[in-house]
Ligand binder design. Structure first.
Ligand SMILES: Cc1ncc(COP(=O)(O)O)c(C=O)c1O
Length: 398
């Protein structure tokens, strides 16, 4: 289809998208090319931790663009060294490999686990992952994911992933065998609708993997970088994973990801891993600036406060409209709609200037900027309240 204003047909048609074309963003708001303003509770899919086009990111980008953009990964650059050291200092990990996306970080984690298996565990290579999980869209990360819609796609899958059930340790034990090298999970399954692993389950998993000498890999691409009120979600639980992957928020909107590992797990040898743009100083300079901001205790406390406020307001809304539970942690929350009305709510929101996400037909997911204000939260609640009232009335008439 040809559009006179925009050449939509020049892009591969890989998903259903509304016709709005965004041209500007500031904080919690986006504007399309007609000048219409939208309150954004999607934020680039939980990416823009400081909101749209924050000065922190814009200034770091512009300053670094004038200094050095990319000298080649064959050489050290100051910004990747600085960001790696800052991440190591603020986490329980010892070494970092930078990537351009979350999927690439997970791909690296899978390779690292297989390398560990080949060096230390007689060639074991299987990784236990979880039903309904999401780890990315490369062939290996789609194979690792437990997303049902991926099952028939791009066969044959990459071998070596077995799927257990979250919060069910027995299902993990059943899948363990001599080929197992690691267990990999999202502490909160984001894409499938915000389903948390319990703290108890995460501790049990750490115990089990320690007992059998297996690696524990946490995919914190959605839960990391302050999203749940701690810099990394596993800090809530008090466990030390062997490998962690980061993406989304680490770049505050620019493409950056990271693979972090403890000394024990960090076993790549020369030639095992690399990539032309990996660790380029332009993205790493942004990462340094974002991390400085997000890791401040006062920033993380404000995320906790905003999360508690949003959760409370969603619970009130749910009670008013006879909806279900609010689940999640910090500023990664979902509202159970009890009915398959998610798509209708998202469409009405778009119409009214509110961007929402419905990861499954009966749920809404909220992933605003981490510095969102109470006023903006209340603005979203008011709009959602009106939409739910309208949908409720329409259902009663029907
Ligand atoms: C938990 C998790 N892992 C991996 C990914 C893939 O990240 P990316 O889209 O940057 O490749 C995502 C993206 O939604 C995610 O939520």
């Amino acid at each position: 289809m040809t559009d006179t204003a925009h050449p939509f047909e020049a892009l591969m048609d890989i998903t259903t998208r509304p016709k709005a074309v965004f041209v500007r963003g500031e904080g919690s708001y986006l504007w399309d090319d007609s000048g219409k303003r939208y309150l954004d509770f999607v934020q680039g899919w939980a990416v823009n931790c400081l909101g749209h086009s924050p000065n922190v990111v814009a200034d770091a980008l512009s300053a670094q663009a004038h200094r050095l953009i990319t000298p080649s990964p064959a050489y050290y650059n100051d910004m990747s060294l600085k960001l790696a050291k800052a991440l190591v200092d603020k986490s329980c990990f010892d070494q970092v490999f930078f990537t351009n996306s979350g999927a690439e970080a997970n791909e690296g984690a899978i390779k690292l686990a297989r390398k560990f298996g080949s060096l230390h565990r007689g060639g074991s290579f299987e990784i236990i992952t979880f039903e309904d999980s999401f780890h990315g869209r490369t062939l290996a990360t789609m194979s690792a994911s437990g997303k049902k819609a991926f099952e028939p796609l791009f066969e044959p899958k990459v071998a070596g992933f077995r799927k257990a059930r979250t919060n069910d340790l027995a299902s993990v034990k059943e899948l363990m065998n001599a080929n197992t090298v690691a267990v990999m999970l999202e502490p909160i399954q984001g894409e499938s609708g915000v389903w948390p692993a319990t703290d108890h389950f995460l501790r049990e998993l750490r115990g089990l993997t320690d007992q059998h000498g297996l690696l524990l890999i946490v995919d914190e691409i959605q839960t990391g970088m302050g999203r749940t009120g701690k810099l990394f979600h596993h800090e809530h639980v008090g466990i030390r994973p062997d490998i962690m992957t980061l993406g989304k928020g680490i770049g505050g909107g620019v493409p950056l990801g990271a693979l972090l590992a403890t000394q024990k797990a960090s076993c790549f040898e020369h030639g095992d891993q690399g990539g032309t743009f990996n660790g380029n100083p332009l993205m790493c300079a942004v990462g340094v600036a974002v991390l400085e901001e997000v890791a401040r205790p006062s920033f993380l406390n404000a995320v906790v406060d905003a999360g508690v406020f949003l959760e409370g307001e969603l619970q009130k809304l749910s009670a008013r409209h006879g909806l279900g539970e609010v689940r999640g942690r910090g500023l990664l929350l979902a509202l159970d709609l009890k009915l398959p009305i998610g798509a209708a709510i998202v469409a009405q929101g778009l119409d009214k200037g509110l961007l929402l996400n419905s990861p499954r037909p009966d749920a809404l997911r909220f992933m605003p900027a981490l510095n969102i204000s109470r006023t903006e939260i209340l603005e979203m609640i008011d709009q959602l309240d009106a939409i739910l009232t309208q949908i409720g009335a329409a259902r009663r008439v029907a």
